[in-house]
Design a protein around this ligand. Structure first.
Ligand code: EPU
Length: 337
C-alpha cells in the first residue's frame, strides 16, 4: 500500500480549499481497499473514501486516512433485445459513463449528463436532474460492509432511495461502494417533460428526440447555467430543496405569491431553495472570495478562499437569512467535514 503523509486535499475536491489530510492512499482494487481499511483500523485512524470530491467541503484538516476510490471498469453483464445490465466500477467518472451509454443509445441516464462526480458517489445522494433520479436505474450496489466486515450486494429497494437520500448517506461510512449495477433500456421512455429540455428541443426543431438529443440538450442547459467546477470551485447545489408542510405553504404563498413550489403529497410541498435564496437578495453576492452564483442561487462558488470554513460561514449566513424571512430551514446537500 502506497501511503502519503500530510498531503494537501486541494487537488482532490472541487471547492479546492487548502485543507490537508494526515494520510492518503489511492485504491484500484477491492483487495487494496480492504488493506487500506485494515491499516486505518489497526493504526486507530478514521478513514474517508473519496470519489472525485465534487460534493464535499473540508472545513478543517482531516485527521485520518483519505482513501481515493479508483476502481474502474464498465462490464456488460447481460443484454436482451429490450435492455442491458451493466456493472460499473465506483471510481469511473460519471460523465464518461453516461456518454458511453448515450453513444450506444442505451437509455435512462441521459438526463443526468454532465453531473460532476464518480459512479460510486451517484447512489449516495441519489443524484437527480431534469426529472430523473439515478436510483430509478440502479439494480443493485456492491459494497464492503465495514460493520460486518463482508462484501454485500444491496438491492435497489434496500438502498432506500428518495430525494437526495439513500442508506449510504444515513449510515455514513458503513458501506463502501465498489461497483454499481445499472439496468438501461434499448427502447427507453424518454423524459422530456422538464421545461428547459422541452424548450431546447423545440428551438432545435427536434420532434422525435433520441437518447443522444436529450443528452445534448442537458449538456447545453447545464453548461450555459451552471459553473464548471474545473474552472470555478463549486459543488453544484449547495442546499437541498426543502420539504415544508401544506400549512406553512398556505401561509407563504399568501405572503409571497411568486414562491415556486411543487406538491409532493396532500400534506407536503417541495419548494425551490434557489428562489428563497434569491428572494433574500443573495444571488450574485460575493463576500470574502465566496459567492452565491449569479445564474443559480443554489450554488456557492469559491473565488479564491483558501479555508473551507469561509465557505461554510457563507452558507450559514444564507441559511439564517432564509430562516428569518420565510421560517424555512435549509439543509446542506454538500457533505461537510
Ligand atoms: N430558481 C430561482 N432562482 C434561482 C434558482 C432557481 O428562482 O437562483 C427557481 C427557478 O426559476 C425554477 C426553480 O427555482 O423555477 C427550480 O430551479 P431549477 O430548475 O434550476 O432547479 P433547482 O431546483 O434549483 C434542481 C437540482 C439540480 C438540478 C436541477 C435540474 C437540487 C438541490 N438541485 O435544482 O441539481 O440540476 O434541479 O433538474 O435538487 C445538483 O444537485 O448539484 C444540481 C445542480
Amino acid at each position: 500500500m502506497k501511503l502519503q503523509k500530510n498531503i494537501s486535499l486541494q487537488p482532490y475536491h472541487s471547492f479546492a480549499c487548502e485543507e490537508s489530510a494526515t494520510f492518503y492512499t489511492a485504491v484500484q482494487t477491492k483487495e487494496a481497499l480492504i488493506e487500506a481499511i485494515a491499516w486505518a483500523k489497526s493504526n486507530l485512524q478514521s478513514y474517508l473514501v473519496l470519489g472525485s470530491g465534487s460534493n464535499i467541503l473540508f472545513t478543517k484538516q482531516y485527521n485520518g486516512l483519505v482513501i481515493k476510490m479508483e476502481i474502474t471498469g464498465i462490464q456488460k453483464l447481460q443484454e436482451s433485445p429490450s435492455e442491458v445490465l451493466l456493472q460499473v466500477g465506483a471510481g469511473e467518472n460519471w460523465t464518461h459513463f453516461v456518454s458511453y451509454c448515450v453513444q450506444k443509445s442505451w437509455g435512462g441516464l441521459e438526463n443526468l449528463s454532465l453531473i460532476p462526480g464518480t459512479v460510486g458517489a451517484a447512489p449516495i445522494q441519489n443524484i437527480g436532474a431534469y426529472g430523473v433520479e439515478v436510483g430509478e436505474h440502479i439494480l443493485s450496489v456492491d459494497a464492503y460492509d465495514t460493520v460486518q466486515s463482508e462484501w454485500v450486494t444491496i438491492s435497489q429497494l434496500d438502498c432506500g432511495f428518495s430525494y437526495r437520500e439513500s442508506i449510504f448517506k444515513k449510515e455514513v461510512n458503513r458501506f463502501i461502494i465498489c461497483s454499481v449495477q445499472f439496468k438501461l433500456s434499448k427502447q427507453p421512455l424518454l423524459r422530456t417533460d422538464y421545461g428547459a429540455i422541452k424548450a431546447v428541443l423545440h428551438d432545435r426543431g427536434i420532434r422525435n428526440p433520441s437518447v443522444e438529443s436529450i443528452a445534448n440538450a442537458v449538456i447545453f442547459i447545464r453548461s450555459s447555467k451552471l459553473p464548471d467546477p474545473k474552472k470555478l470551485g463549486n459543488a453544484g447545489s449547495f442546499f437541498k430543496n426543502p420539504m415544508i408542510t401544506k400549512t406553512l405553504y398556505d401561509q407563504l404563498i399568501l405572503q409571497f405569491p411568486s414562491l415556486i413550489a411543487y406538491p409532493i403529497n396532500d400534506n407536503t410541498y417541495k419548494i425551490a431553495a434557489g428562489w428563497l435564496i434569491e428572494a433574500c437578495g443573495w444571488k450574485g453576492v460575493t463576500k470574502d472570495q465566496v459567492g452565491c452564483y449569479k445564474d443559480q442561487a443554489l450554488i456557492i462558488v469559491n473565488y479564491g478562499a483558501t479555508k473551507g470554513k469561509t465557505i461554510f460561514d457563507f452558507s450559514e449566513a444564507i441559511i439564517q437569512s432564509v430562516k428569518v424571512k420565510f421560517g424555512v430551514m435549509l439543509e446542506r446537500e454538500v457533505s461537510i467535514l
